[in-house]
Ligand binder design. Structure first.
Ligand code: C2E
Ligand code: MG
Ligand code: MG
Ligand code: MG
Length: 278
């Protein structure tokens, strides 16, 4: 009967909401423990110079080694980490670990390559990002120019005086700044004028469309031209095919990152990969 069905539906939604809320609370609790117990690991994805094919840097990407659940990608926990503020201690660990690893590689004889680390807006709002960066550099001994901080457009759009001042101070420390997922946020190009950024990362949603779709190709072309007009390095994310790489090369895009070269890999594998790509 319709009435019974209605009641069943009501019960279904009510109980599924409870399950969702419970799952979130459980995840939050586990994430808090993960911070305490150091359950995170970094994988590294190479970035190549398109013209020469050689490795010119890497991006550090966090994973959660969740007990009994294997390795969790950031898509499974970063949003909750941001909402709950846990991104502040997680982000601090990421910065420290990436800097430590970069110096360990140099000491093992690898050519000095910059390491890129993703920052969340919450690290500016709730955390003391300046202090965190200074301390990661000091403790590791990493040269500031070898640390690149990836910012999102939403952070830059947030352009309060405090955020702008912090970013200027980061530049004074000597680290590199890049804009991640460029072109996907509410683009305000104004910040490019006010802020001394070093690199634009073309979002993979545009790269996916080339060389086939005219719109994607036009956007990629325009970002490369804009970046170069502003004397910025331009890197394409999510490069999966040789045809995409050829198109990017033809457009004069400087660097590429994507599965075509390698997926993000654990530190020991990265060392082997980098040696092959030198
Ligand atoms: P992102 O910074 O834009 O990183 C690039 C993402 O694209 C990575 O996903 C990478 O594995 C993936 N990727 C790279 N090449 C390809 C490709 O050729 N094809 C496809 N389909 N994907 C590719 P991942 O590692 O799952 O990270 C997802 C996002 O999580 C990152 O996007 C970043 O926004 C965030 N994230 C990762 N690590 C951290 C971190 O330490 N802190 C913060 N705040 N966010 C992080
Ligand atoms: Mg990134
Ligand atoms: Mg990106
Ligand atoms: Mg510059």
């Amino acid at each position: 009967h319709a009435k019974d069905n209605g009641r069943d539906t009501y019960h279904f939604f009510a109980s599924s909401m409870n399950v969702d809320a419970l799952a979130r609370m459980e995840l939050h609790g586990s994430l808090r423990k993960a911070v305490k117990n150091n359950e995170f690991v970094l994988h590294y994805q190479p970035q190549i110079d398109i013209a020469s094919g050689t490795v010119v840097g890497m991006e550090a990407l966090v994973r959660w080694r969740r007990p009994d659940q294997g390795l969790l990608a950031p898509g499974r926990f970063i949003a909750l980490a941001e909402e709950s503020g846990l991104i502040v201690p997680i982000g601090e660990w990421v910065l420290n670990e990436a800097c430590r690893q970069a110096v360990a590689w140099q000491q093992a004889g690898m050519a000095a390559l910059p390491v890129a680390v993703n920052l969340s807006a919450q690290q500016f709002k709730r955390g003391d990002i300046l202090d965190t960066v200074r301390s990661a550099l000091r403790q590791s001994g990493l040269h500031p120019a070898l640390l690149e901080l990836e910012l999102t457009e939403s952070l830059l759009l947030n352009d309060t005086a405090a955020v702008m001042e912090t970013l200027h101070e980061l530049k004074r420390i000597g680290v590199q700044l890049s804009i991640d997922d460029f072109g996907t946020g509410y683009s305000s190009l104004a910040y490019l004028k006010r802020l001394d950024v070093d690199k634009l990362k073309i979002d993979q949603s545009f790269v996916r469309d080339v060389p086939g779709a005219a719109e994607g190709a036009a956007i990629v072309k325009a970002i490369v031209q804009l970046g170069h007009a502003l004397q910025l390095t331009v890197i394409a994310e999510g490069v999966e095919t040789q045809a995409q790489l050829d198109f990017l090369h033809a457009q004069g895009c400087d660097q590429a990152q994507g599965y075509l070269v390698s997926r993000p890999v654990p530190a020991d594998e990265f060392a082997v990969l980098a040696a092959e790509l030198m």
